[in-house]
Design a protein. Structure first.
Length: 163
């Protein structure tokens, strides 16, 4: 093996394998860990949204301000249904992302942006919780937009191995 075989730049431009040789699939970088992190965090965020939704539906007095103090004047039952629905969709997108699906990545970015907006509107009701969720949403957006394509390599490698 020559010195140039270890260089990632030249490794991508290798010739196809000859007869009797096996092509080793290109493995993704360490950044795939961030995509896995984003997928898991999407599932966790989805559960948090669902949890917030159930609290808003069943325990109106839990939140710090009345519905008049919210950015958008909507009763907590409405907020509860919004959070519950968003939570279920975010969980589904997180599972899709962990399976290397492009739709999971796209839906994940869109829903994380929507989640940021929903939590900004919900800041007055529960500031600490909403701030934490906004921060995690931003990390998910960053991971999906910067390195999301690397999950495709894992999905393709899995499909080649499966019978």
């Amino acid at each position: 093996m020559s010195e140039t075989d270890d260089n990632p730049t030249t490794a991508r431009h290798r010739q196809p394998p000859g007869p009797g040789e096996v092509e080793v699939p290109e493995w993704p970088s360490r950044w795939v860990g961030w995509i896995l992190f984003a997928g898991v965090m999407m599932i966790v965020l989805g559960m948090f949204h669902a949890f917030q939704g159930f609290i808003a539906l069943f325990e109106d007095d839990y939140y710090l301000v009345g519905r008049r103090g919210l950015t958008i004047h909507l009763d907590y039952t409405g907020w509860g249904w919004i959070h519950l629905f968003m939570g279920l969709v975010v969980i589904a997108a997180g599972i899709g992302l962990l399976n290397g699906q492009l739709w999971g990545r796209i839906v994940g970015v869109v829903l994380a942006v929507i989640s940021v907006m929903v939590n900004v509107a919900f800041l007055a009701a529960y500031p600490l919780w909403s701030t934490i969720m906004i921060a995690v949403d931003i990390l998910v957006i960053w991971a999906l937009t910067v390195h999301g394509d690397e999950m495709r390599v894992i999905r393709e490698a899995r499909s080649e191995v499966s019978p």
